[in-house]
Design a protein around this ligand. Structure first.
Ligand code: NDP
Length: 428
Protein backbone atom coordinates (compact mmCIF):
# COMPACT_ATOMS: atom_id res chain seq x y z
CA UNK A 1 0.00 0.00 0.00
CA UNK A 2 1.37 3.45 -0.85
CA UNK A 3 2.63 5.54 1.98
CA UNK A 4 3.26 2.57 4.30
CA UNK A 5 6.91 2.18 3.80
CA UNK A 6 7.68 4.96 1.42
CA UNK A 7 9.52 2.52 -0.81
CA UNK A 8 6.99 1.23 -3.28
CA UNK A 9 6.09 2.93 -6.50
CA UNK A 10 3.34 0.88 -8.06
CA UNK A 11 2.19 1.30 -11.63
CA UNK A 12 -1.01 0.05 -13.12
CA UNK A 13 -1.97 0.33 -16.78
CA UNK A 14 -3.90 3.56 -17.30
CA UNK A 15 -2.94 5.02 -13.95
CA UNK A 16 0.10 7.14 -13.34
CA UNK A 17 0.85 7.78 -9.73
CA UNK A 18 3.97 9.50 -8.62
CA UNK A 19 4.61 9.68 -4.95
CA UNK A 20 5.51 13.21 -4.08
CA UNK A 21 5.56 12.63 -0.36
CA UNK A 22 6.56 9.59 1.64
CA UNK A 23 5.67 9.34 5.28
CA UNK A 24 5.11 6.76 7.93
CA UNK A 25 1.74 6.46 9.64
CA UNK A 26 0.21 4.21 12.22
CA UNK A 27 -2.73 2.14 10.97
CA UNK A 28 -5.20 4.07 13.03
CA UNK A 29 -3.99 7.47 11.83
CA UNK A 30 -4.08 6.41 8.22
CA UNK A 31 -7.51 4.88 8.43
CA UNK A 32 -8.93 7.93 10.16
CA UNK A 33 -7.54 10.76 8.15
CA UNK A 34 -6.42 10.03 4.61
CA UNK A 35 -8.50 11.84 2.02
CA UNK A 36 -8.32 11.94 -1.75
CA UNK A 37 -9.36 15.21 -3.37
CA UNK A 38 -10.10 14.91 -7.10
CA UNK A 39 -9.94 18.13 -9.16
CA UNK A 40 -7.23 20.79 -8.99
CA UNK A 41 -9.20 23.84 -10.08
CA UNK A 42 -10.21 26.85 -8.00
CA UNK A 43 -12.34 24.85 -5.58
CA UNK A 44 -9.84 22.00 -5.22
CA UNK A 45 -7.14 24.54 -4.36
CA UNK A 46 -9.20 26.04 -1.51
CA UNK A 47 -10.21 22.67 -0.06
CA UNK A 48 -6.60 21.46 -0.20
CA UNK A 49 -5.44 24.62 1.62
CA UNK A 50 -8.13 24.32 4.27
CA UNK A 51 -7.63 20.57 4.88
CA UNK A 52 -3.87 21.09 5.09
CA UNK A 53 -4.40 23.46 8.00
CA UNK A 54 -6.10 20.77 10.07
CA UNK A 55 -3.37 18.14 10.34
CA UNK A 56 -4.93 16.57 13.41
CA UNK A 57 -7.87 15.49 11.24
CA UNK A 58 -6.60 15.54 7.64
CA UNK A 59 -3.20 14.12 8.38
CA UNK A 60 -2.76 12.63 4.92
CA UNK A 61 -4.04 14.49 1.86
CA UNK A 62 -3.88 13.39 -1.77
CA UNK A 63 -4.78 15.69 -4.64
CA UNK A 64 -5.39 14.03 -8.02
CA UNK A 65 -6.56 15.54 -11.27
CA UNK A 66 -6.37 15.18 -15.03
CA UNK A 67 -3.40 17.56 -15.20
CA UNK A 68 -0.96 16.59 -12.51
CA UNK A 69 1.11 19.78 -12.82
CA UNK A 70 -1.85 21.73 -11.40
CA UNK A 71 -1.88 19.44 -8.35
CA UNK A 72 1.87 19.92 -7.95
CA UNK A 73 1.49 23.69 -8.11
CA UNK A 74 -1.09 23.65 -5.31
CA UNK A 75 1.03 21.22 -3.27
CA UNK A 76 4.04 23.51 -3.69
CA UNK A 77 2.19 26.64 -2.60
CA UNK A 78 0.84 24.85 0.49
CA UNK A 79 4.30 23.48 1.23
CA UNK A 80 5.36 21.47 4.26
CA UNK A 81 4.96 18.18 2.38
CA UNK A 82 1.28 18.28 3.27
CA UNK A 83 -0.10 17.22 -0.14
CA UNK A 84 0.71 14.15 -2.24
CA UNK A 85 -0.29 14.32 -5.89
CA UNK A 86 -1.42 11.97 -8.63
CA UNK A 87 -2.81 12.03 -12.13
CA UNK A 88 -6.15 10.45 -12.95
CA UNK A 89 -8.82 10.60 -15.60
CA UNK A 90 -11.94 10.68 -13.45
CA UNK A 91 -14.12 9.68 -16.39
CA UNK A 92 -12.57 6.22 -16.12
CA UNK A 93 -13.93 4.04 -13.30
CA UNK A 94 -11.04 1.63 -13.87
CA UNK A 95 -8.44 4.34 -13.32
CA UNK A 96 -10.28 5.67 -10.30
CA UNK A 97 -10.62 2.25 -8.69
CA UNK A 98 -6.92 1.58 -9.18
CA UNK A 99 -6.00 4.95 -7.69
CA UNK A 100 -8.35 4.62 -4.71
CA UNK A 101 -7.15 1.06 -3.99
CA UNK A 102 -3.56 2.21 -3.93
CA UNK A 103 -4.08 5.34 -1.86
CA UNK A 104 -6.72 3.73 0.41
CA UNK A 105 -8.35 6.99 1.52
CA UNK A 106 -11.15 7.14 4.03
CA UNK A 107 -13.04 9.65 1.87
CA UNK A 108 -13.03 10.87 -1.74
CA UNK A 109 -13.78 14.59 -2.14
CA UNK A 110 -14.96 15.12 -5.70
CA UNK A 111 -14.08 18.65 -6.88
CA UNK A 112 -13.78 17.82 -10.55
CA UNK A 113 -16.74 18.58 -12.80
CA UNK A 114 -20.35 17.40 -12.45
CA UNK A 115 -19.75 15.05 -15.41
CA UNK A 116 -17.50 12.91 -13.21
CA UNK A 117 -19.92 12.43 -10.29
CA UNK A 118 -21.22 9.03 -11.33
CA UNK A 119 -17.88 7.51 -12.30
CA UNK A 120 -16.43 8.61 -8.95
CA UNK A 121 -19.47 7.26 -7.06
CA UNK A 122 -19.07 3.95 -8.91
CA UNK A 123 -15.41 3.82 -7.94
CA UNK A 124 -16.28 4.56 -4.30
CA UNK A 125 -18.78 1.69 -4.35
CA UNK A 126 -16.21 -0.66 -5.83
CA UNK A 127 -13.68 0.25 -3.15
CA UNK A 128 -16.00 0.82 -0.15
CA UNK A 129 -14.97 4.44 0.38
CA UNK A 130 -17.16 7.42 1.37
CA UNK A 131 -17.90 10.14 -1.19
CA UNK A 132 -18.55 13.91 -1.14
CA UNK A 133 -19.21 16.41 -3.93
CA UNK A 134 -20.33 20.02 -4.48
CA UNK A 135 -22.45 19.82 -7.64
CA UNK A 136 -24.97 17.30 -8.92
CA UNK A 137 -24.41 15.06 -11.90
CA UNK A 138 -24.98 16.45 -15.36
CA UNK A 139 -24.75 14.30 -18.47
CA UNK A 140 -22.28 16.05 -20.80
CA UNK A 141 -24.73 15.94 -23.70
CA UNK A 142 -27.69 17.32 -21.72
CA UNK A 143 -27.52 20.65 -19.83
CA UNK A 144 -29.80 19.62 -17.00
CA UNK A 145 -29.58 19.52 -13.20
CA UNK A 146 -31.34 16.60 -11.61
CA UNK A 147 -30.61 14.54 -8.54
CA UNK A 148 -32.30 11.43 -9.93
CA UNK A 149 -29.06 9.91 -11.19
CA UNK A 150 -27.32 10.27 -7.83
CA UNK A 151 -30.34 9.51 -5.65
CA UNK A 152 -30.58 6.23 -7.59
CA UNK A 153 -27.42 5.12 -5.73
CA UNK A 154 -29.19 5.19 -2.34
CA UNK A 155 -29.72 1.45 -1.93
CA UNK A 156 -26.30 0.46 -3.24
CA UNK A 157 -24.53 2.89 -0.90
CA UNK A 158 -26.63 1.69 2.03
CA UNK A 159 -25.94 -1.95 1.20
CA UNK A 160 -22.20 -1.19 0.97
CA UNK A 161 -22.33 0.65 4.31
CA UNK A 162 -20.79 3.79 2.81
CA UNK A 163 -21.97 7.38 2.63
CA UNK A 164 -22.32 9.97 -0.13
CA UNK A 165 -22.78 13.60 0.88
CA UNK A 166 -24.16 15.53 -2.09
CA UNK A 167 -23.69 19.24 -2.73
CA UNK A 168 -21.32 20.32 0.06
CA UNK A 169 -20.46 23.68 -1.53
CA UNK A 170 -22.17 27.01 -0.93
CA UNK A 171 -25.14 26.81 -3.25
CA UNK A 172 -25.91 23.97 -3.09
CA UNK A 173 -24.49 23.32 0.33
CA UNK A 174 -24.49 26.15 2.82
CA UNK A 175 -27.84 27.37 1.47
CA UNK A 176 -29.35 23.96 2.29
CA UNK A 177 -27.84 24.13 5.78
CA UNK A 178 -29.09 27.72 6.32
CA UNK A 179 -32.59 26.48 5.45
CA UNK A 180 -32.35 23.48 7.80
CA UNK A 181 -30.99 25.77 10.54
CA UNK A 182 -33.85 28.22 10.07
CA UNK A 183 -36.39 25.41 10.28
CA UNK A 184 -34.77 24.05 13.42
CA UNK A 185 -34.42 27.36 15.27
CA UNK A 186 -36.87 29.94 13.88
CA UNK A 187 -39.85 28.28 12.24
CA UNK A 188 -42.59 25.75 12.82
CA UNK A 189 -43.22 25.93 9.10
CA UNK A 190 -41.36 27.56 6.23
CA UNK A 191 -43.64 28.95 3.51
CA UNK A 192 -41.23 30.69 1.17
CA UNK A 193 -37.53 30.52 0.46
CA UNK A 194 -35.58 32.87 -1.80
CA UNK A 195 -31.93 31.89 -2.25
CA UNK A 196 -29.93 34.98 -3.21
CA UNK A 197 -26.48 34.71 -4.75
CA UNK A 198 -24.73 38.04 -5.25
CA UNK A 199 -21.22 38.28 -6.58
CA UNK A 200 -20.27 41.94 -6.57
CA UNK A 201 -16.66 41.12 -7.42
CA UNK A 202 -14.86 42.72 -10.35
CA UNK A 203 -12.01 40.85 -12.09
CA UNK A 204 -11.43 43.54 -14.70
CA UNK A 205 -12.05 41.29 -17.72
CA UNK A 206 -14.95 42.13 -20.07
CA UNK A 207 -16.09 38.51 -19.70
CA UNK A 208 -14.91 35.69 -17.46
CA UNK A 209 -16.67 33.19 -15.23
CA UNK A 210 -15.92 32.64 -11.55
CA UNK A 211 -16.18 28.90 -11.77
CA UNK A 212 -15.76 26.46 -14.61
CA UNK A 213 -16.93 28.41 -17.72
CA UNK A 214 -18.61 25.43 -19.34
CA UNK A 215 -20.67 24.60 -16.26
CA UNK A 216 -21.39 28.27 -15.57
CA UNK A 217 -22.67 29.02 -19.07
CA UNK A 218 -24.74 25.83 -19.20
CA UNK A 219 -26.32 26.87 -15.90
CA UNK A 220 -27.23 30.46 -16.77
CA UNK A 221 -28.42 29.81 -20.32
CA UNK A 222 -30.83 27.07 -19.23
CA UNK A 223 -34.50 27.87 -18.65
CA UNK A 224 -35.34 29.24 -15.21
CA UNK A 225 -37.66 27.32 -12.91
CA UNK A 226 -39.26 27.94 -9.55
CA UNK A 227 -41.39 25.97 -7.14
CA UNK A 228 -44.94 26.90 -6.26
CA UNK A 229 -47.46 24.84 -4.32
CA UNK A 230 -45.98 21.51 -5.37
CA UNK A 231 -45.50 22.45 -9.05
CA UNK A 232 -42.49 23.65 -11.05
CA UNK A 233 -43.04 26.77 -13.16
CA UNK A 234 -40.64 27.20 -16.08
CA UNK A 235 -39.38 30.57 -17.31
CA UNK A 236 -37.14 31.73 -20.15
CA UNK A 237 -33.48 32.33 -19.20
CA UNK A 238 -33.18 35.68 -17.36
CA UNK A 239 -36.87 36.38 -17.97
CA UNK A 240 -37.60 37.43 -14.38
CA UNK A 241 -35.49 39.98 -12.55
CA UNK A 242 -35.89 42.14 -9.45
CA UNK A 243 -33.82 44.50 -7.33
CA UNK A 244 -32.51 43.40 -3.94
CA UNK A 245 -30.57 45.45 -1.43
CA UNK A 246 -27.75 43.18 -0.22
CA UNK A 247 -26.26 43.91 3.20
CA UNK A 248 -22.67 45.24 2.88
CA UNK A 249 -23.06 45.49 -0.92
CA UNK A 250 -26.14 47.53 -1.75
CA UNK A 251 -28.89 47.20 -4.35
CA UNK A 252 -28.22 44.75 -7.18
CA UNK A 253 -30.38 43.33 -9.96
CA UNK A 254 -31.11 39.64 -9.39
CA UNK A 255 -32.22 37.13 -12.04
CA UNK A 256 -34.30 34.03 -11.47
CA UNK A 257 -32.51 30.79 -12.36
CA UNK A 258 -33.12 27.14 -11.65
CA UNK A 259 -30.65 25.70 -9.17
CA UNK A 260 -30.23 22.14 -7.97
CA UNK A 261 -30.81 22.67 -4.26
CA UNK A 262 -34.42 23.62 -5.01
CA UNK A 263 -35.09 19.99 -5.96
CA UNK A 264 -33.70 18.48 -2.78
CA UNK A 265 -35.20 21.15 -0.52
CA UNK A 266 -38.64 20.62 -2.09
CA UNK A 267 -38.28 16.97 -1.19
CA UNK A 268 -36.82 17.31 2.31
CA UNK A 269 -38.28 20.49 3.87
CA UNK A 270 -41.83 19.68 4.90
CA UNK A 271 -44.54 22.24 4.08
CA UNK A 272 -42.42 24.36 1.72
CA UNK A 273 -44.77 26.21 -0.62
CA UNK A 274 -42.73 28.63 -2.67
CA UNK A 275 -39.03 28.56 -3.62
CA UNK A 276 -36.89 30.57 -5.98
CA UNK A 277 -33.19 30.98 -6.71
CA UNK A 278 -31.72 34.31 -7.78
CA UNK A 279 -28.29 35.36 -9.00
CA UNK A 280 -26.77 38.76 -9.80
CA UNK A 281 -25.01 39.45 -13.10
CA UNK A 282 -23.12 42.52 -14.25
CA UNK A 283 -24.10 44.37 -17.43
CA UNK A 284 -20.91 43.37 -19.24
CA UNK A 285 -21.45 39.70 -18.40
CA UNK A 286 -25.03 39.79 -19.70
CA UNK A 287 -24.06 41.64 -22.88
CA UNK A 288 -21.37 39.08 -23.69
CA UNK A 289 -23.65 36.20 -22.81
CA UNK A 290 -26.24 37.48 -25.26
CA UNK A 291 -23.64 37.60 -28.04
CA UNK A 292 -22.36 34.14 -27.11
CA UNK A 293 -25.89 32.78 -27.37
CA UNK A 294 -26.64 34.61 -30.62
CA UNK A 295 -23.48 33.18 -32.16
CA UNK A 296 -24.25 29.67 -30.93
CA UNK A 297 -21.04 29.49 -28.90
CA UNK A 298 -23.00 28.08 -25.96
CA UNK A 299 -24.04 25.00 -27.96
CA UNK A 300 -23.13 21.64 -26.47
CA UNK A 301 -23.85 19.48 -29.55
CA UNK A 302 -20.60 18.70 -31.42
CA UNK A 303 -20.07 20.31 -34.84
CA UNK A 304 -17.68 19.39 -37.66
CA UNK A 305 -14.85 21.89 -38.01
CA UNK A 306 -11.96 21.29 -40.41
CA UNK A 307 -12.29 17.55 -40.11
CA UNK A 308 -12.65 17.57 -36.33
CA UNK A 309 -15.66 17.29 -34.07
CA UNK A 310 -15.69 20.14 -31.57
CA UNK A 311 -18.20 21.29 -28.98
CA UNK A 312 -18.62 25.09 -29.38
CA UNK A 313 -18.94 25.66 -25.61
CA UNK A 314 -15.75 23.68 -24.93
CA UNK A 315 -13.98 25.72 -27.60
CA UNK A 316 -15.19 28.92 -25.93
CA UNK A 317 -13.97 27.63 -22.55
CA UNK A 318 -10.49 27.21 -24.02
CA UNK A 319 -10.48 30.92 -24.92
CA UNK A 320 -11.69 32.25 -21.59
CA UNK A 321 -9.57 32.95 -18.49
CA UNK A 322 -9.38 30.00 -16.12
CA UNK A 323 -11.37 30.74 -12.95
CA UNK A 324 -8.37 29.63 -10.91
CA UNK A 325 -6.39 32.59 -12.33
CA UNK A 326 -8.92 35.26 -11.36
CA UNK A 327 -8.00 35.42 -7.68
CA UNK A 328 -5.35 38.10 -7.75
CA UNK A 329 -7.47 40.41 -9.95
CA UNK A 330 -10.85 40.14 -8.27
CA UNK A 331 -11.93 42.84 -5.85
CA UNK A 332 -15.24 43.26 -4.05
CA UNK A 333 -17.52 41.02 -2.05
CA UNK A 334 -20.05 38.23 -2.31
CA UNK A 335 -23.25 37.97 -0.32
CA UNK A 336 -25.05 34.65 -0.55
CA UNK A 337 -27.99 33.88 1.66
CA UNK A 338 -31.49 32.62 2.25
CA UNK A 339 -34.49 34.90 2.73
CA UNK A 340 -36.99 32.73 4.54
CA UNK A 341 -40.58 33.39 5.56
CA UNK A 342 -42.99 31.30 7.54
CA UNK A 343 -44.42 31.09 11.01
CA UNK A 344 -43.61 30.10 14.56
CA UNK A 345 -46.22 29.74 17.29
CA UNK A 346 -48.85 31.20 14.97
CA UNK A 347 -46.85 34.40 14.33
CA UNK A 348 -45.20 35.35 11.02
CA UNK A 349 -41.40 35.16 10.97
CA UNK A 350 -39.01 36.46 8.32
CA UNK A 351 -35.22 35.91 8.39
CA UNK A 352 -32.27 36.58 6.12
CA UNK A 353 -29.32 34.26 6.87
CA UNK A 354 -26.25 35.10 4.83
CA UNK A 355 -22.49 35.19 4.51
CA UNK A 356 -20.39 38.02 3.12
CA UNK A 357 -17.02 37.13 1.69
CA UNK A 358 -14.27 39.43 0.43
CA UNK A 359 -12.47 38.31 -2.72
CA UNK A 360 -9.09 39.75 -1.79
CA UNK A 361 -9.21 38.34 1.74
CA UNK A 362 -9.88 34.89 0.22
CA UNK A 363 -7.00 35.36 -2.18
CA UNK A 364 -4.57 36.33 0.56
CA UNK A 365 -5.51 33.21 2.47
CA UNK A 366 -5.74 30.59 -0.31
CA UNK A 367 -4.67 32.10 -3.67
CA UNK A 368 -8.28 31.84 -4.85
CA UNK A 369 -11.22 34.22 -5.29
CA UNK A 370 -14.37 34.12 -3.19
CA UNK A 371 -16.46 31.86 -5.44
CA UNK A 372 -13.87 29.10 -5.14
CA UNK A 373 -13.44 29.91 -1.45
CA UNK A 374 -17.14 29.82 -0.59
CA UNK A 375 -17.33 26.39 -2.26
CA UNK A 376 -14.03 24.91 -1.08
CA UNK A 377 -14.50 25.74 2.61
CA UNK A 378 -17.90 23.95 2.91
CA UNK A 379 -16.39 20.96 1.09
CA UNK A 380 -13.71 20.80 3.79
CA UNK A 381 -16.31 21.19 6.54
CA UNK A 382 -18.52 18.43 5.09
CA UNK A 383 -15.48 16.17 4.90
CA UNK A 384 -14.51 17.06 8.46
CA UNK A 385 -17.96 16.22 9.84
CA UNK A 386 -17.96 12.91 7.98
CA UNK A 387 -14.50 11.95 9.22
CA UNK A 388 -15.42 12.92 12.78
CA UNK A 389 -18.50 10.70 12.53
CA UNK A 390 -20.72 13.68 13.30
CA UNK A 391 -22.48 13.51 9.92
CA UNK A 392 -22.28 9.83 9.19
CA UNK A 393 -24.97 7.56 7.82
CA UNK A 394 -24.80 4.91 5.12
CA UNK A 395 -26.59 6.00 1.96
CA UNK A 396 -26.85 9.07 -0.28
CA UNK A 397 -27.77 12.30 1.48
CA UNK A 398 -28.29 16.00 0.87
CA UNK A 399 -27.01 18.57 3.31
CA UNK A 400 -30.38 19.53 4.82
CA UNK A 401 -30.88 15.95 6.02
CA UNK A 402 -28.30 16.37 8.81
CA UNK A 403 -28.25 18.44 12.00
CA UNK A 404 -27.24 21.93 10.76
CA UNK A 405 -25.71 23.12 14.06
CA UNK A 406 -22.21 21.61 13.82
CA UNK A 407 -21.89 22.76 10.23
CA UNK A 408 -23.02 26.28 11.15
CA UNK A 409 -20.50 26.38 13.99
CA UNK A 410 -17.71 25.29 11.63
CA UNK A 411 -18.64 27.95 9.08
CA UNK A 412 -17.89 30.56 11.74
CA UNK A 413 -14.71 28.78 12.73
CA UNK A 414 -13.21 28.20 9.29
CA UNK A 415 -13.73 31.42 7.36
CA UNK A 416 -17.39 31.78 6.39
CA UNK A 417 -19.05 33.64 9.29
CA UNK A 418 -22.78 34.15 8.85
CA UNK A 419 -25.38 36.65 9.96
CA UNK A 420 -28.93 35.76 10.91
CA UNK A 421 -31.20 38.81 10.89
CA UNK A 422 -34.87 39.68 10.86
CA UNK A 423 -35.79 40.92 7.40
CA UNK A 424 -39.10 42.30 6.31
CA UNK A 425 -38.08 42.62 2.68
CA UNK A 426 -40.49 41.06 0.20
CA UNK A 427 -39.36 39.99 -3.24
CA UNK A 428 -42.50 40.26 -5.39
P1 NDP B 1 -12.31 24.19 -12.46
O1 NDP B 1 -12.67 24.05 -13.90
O2 NDP B 1 -11.47 25.32 -12.01
O3 NDP B 1 -11.60 22.84 -11.97
C1 NDP B 1 -12.06 21.56 -12.31
C2 NDP B 1 -10.92 20.59 -12.09
O4 NDP B 1 -11.38 19.28 -12.40
C3 NDP B 1 -9.73 20.87 -13.00
O5 NDP B 1 -8.53 20.69 -12.27
C4 NDP B 1 -9.87 19.79 -14.07
O6 NDP B 1 -8.68 19.37 -14.65
C5 NDP B 1 -10.44 18.65 -13.26
N1 NDP B 1 -11.08 17.71 -14.16
C6 NDP B 1 -11.98 17.93 -15.12
N2 NDP B 1 -12.28 16.81 -15.75
C7 NDP B 1 -11.54 15.84 -15.17
C8 NDP B 1 -11.40 14.45 -15.37
N3 NDP B 1 -12.08 13.80 -16.32
N4 NDP B 1 -10.55 13.77 -14.58
C9 NDP B 1 -9.84 14.40 -13.62
N5 NDP B 1 -9.94 15.70 -13.37
C10 NDP B 1 -10.77 16.42 -14.15
O7 NDP B 1 -13.70 24.16 -11.67
P2 NDP B 1 -13.99 24.72 -10.20
O8 NDP B 1 -12.87 24.37 -9.30
O9 NDP B 1 -14.44 26.11 -10.32
O10 NDP B 1 -15.28 23.85 -9.81
C11 NDP B 1 -15.13 22.53 -9.30
C12 NDP B 1 -16.51 21.95 -9.00
O11 NDP B 1 -17.16 22.76 -8.03
C13 NDP B 1 -17.46 21.89 -10.22
O12 NDP B 1 -18.17 20.69 -10.16
C14 NDP B 1 -18.40 23.04 -9.99
O13 NDP B 1 -19.66 22.84 -10.59
C15 NDP B 1 -18.51 23.01 -8.47
N6 NDP B 1 -18.95 24.28 -7.89
C16 NDP B 1 -19.91 24.23 -6.91
C17 NDP B 1 -20.35 25.40 -6.33
C18 NDP B 1 -21.30 25.34 -5.18
O14 NDP B 1 -21.50 26.38 -4.52
N7 NDP B 1 -21.90 24.22 -4.85
C19 NDP B 1 -19.88 26.71 -6.77
C20 NDP B 1 -18.79 26.66 -7.73
C21 NDP B 1 -18.38 25.46 -8.28
P3 NDP B 1 -7.98 20.17 -15.87
O15 NDP B 1 -7.33 21.32 -15.19
O16 NDP B 1 -7.01 19.22 -16.45
O17 NDP B 1 -9.07 20.59 -16.80
Amino acid sequence: MLGDTGRKRETTPGVQIRISRLRLYGTRGRAMSRVLIIGAGGVGRVTAHKCARLPELFSDIWLASRTRSKCDQIAAEIGGNRISTAEVDADSVTELVALIRRIAPRLVINLALPYQDLSIMEACLATGVDYLDTANYEPPELAKFEYKWQWAYQERFQAAGIMALLGSGFDPGVTNVFTAYALKHHFDRIDTLDILDCNAGDHGYPFATNFNPEINIREVTANGRYYQEGAWIETQPMEISRLFDFPEIGPRRIYLLYHEELESLARHIPGMRHMRFWMTFGESYLKHLEVIRNLGLDRIEPIEFQGQRIVPLQFLKALLPEPATLGSRTVGKTNIGCLIKGEKGGRPVSRYIYNVCDHQACYRETNAQAISYTTGVPAMIGAKLMLEGCWKRAGVWNMEQFDPDPFMADLNRYGLPWQDITSNVDIP
